[in-house]
Design a protein around this ligand. Structure first.
Ligand SMILES: [Zn+2]
Length: 175
C-alpha cells in the first residue's frame, strides 16, 4: 500500500518534470502557476529524505493510539503536560515522565486550509490543519476532519486510521 503511494507520487513528479521541460524551453525559467494562480519556482534538484526517528522513549504513545487513546507526558514535579509527548522535562531536568491521557474535547483556536500541497502530500485532497486548545489547556495540532471550520468551534480529538496509508493517528472533528 505504501509502495503504491510512493510509485504514484514518483509518476506525478515525473509528469511535472516533463511539463517543466516545455516551460523552461519557452520561458527560460522553471516557474509554474500553482492551483491558486501563484507563480511557483520548481527546483530541478531533488532531495530524497526519509525520516527515521527513534521512538523508544515515547513507545507508550503508539501503544496508546492502538488502544484508541491519545497520550501525553506529565512532569510529576512541575505538572507541565507535554504534547506531542516527550520523556524529559527541560525545566526540571527530569526524565521518565508520567503518562496521562489527553482530554478528548477542546476548542479550535487556529486553522489553515492546505490547498497547495508539498509533492509528498499531493495524493491527499485539500485538508485542514488546526490547533485546538484542549480541556486541560494544552494545545494540539492536528488535521481537522470537517467541511467547515470556525475559530472557537468545539472539537473532539479522535483516533483514526488515515487512508490511503492506513496509519493509526489522531485528528480533530467538530462536536
Ligand atoms: Zn518539570
Amino acid at each position: 500500500m505504501i509502495n503504491d503511494i510512493r510509485e504514484r507520487l514518483q509518476q506525478q513528479i515525473s509528469q511535472l518534470i516533463i511539463a517543466l521541460d516545455g516551460i523552461v524551453k519557452t520561458t527560460g525559467m522553471p516557474i509554474i502557476t500553482d492551483k491558486s494562480g501563484n507563480p511557483l519556482w520548481v527546483d530541478v534538484r531533488e532531495i530524497t529524505l526519509r525520516y527515521q526517528i527513534p521512538v523508544k522513549k515515547i513507545q507508550k504513545f503508539f501503544e496508546g493510539l492502538k488502544e484508541g487513546k491519545v497520550l501525553a507526558t506529565k512532569c510529576p514535579k512541575c505538572n507541565t503536560i507535554y504534547f506531542p509527548p516527550q520523556d524529559d522535562c527541560p525545566k526540571c531536568k527530569m526524565s521518565n515522565l508520567e503518562w496521562v491521557e489527553m482530554p478528548n474535547e477542546g476548542e479550535l483556536v487556529a486553522y489553515t486550509i492546505i490547498n497547495v500541497k508539498p509533492p509528498s502530500f499531493s495524493h491527499y485532497s485539500d485538508y485542514i490543519i488546526g490547533i485546538a486548545k484542549m480541556a486541560n489547556g494544552v494545545n494540539i495540532t492536528a488535521w481537522v476532519n470537517s467541511k467547515e471550520v470556525k475559530i472557537g468551534m468545539k472539537v473532539r480529538l479522535k483516533v483514526i486510521r488515515r487512508e490511503p496509508e492506513g496509519y493509526i493517528t489522531y485528528e480533530l472533528e467538530p462536536i
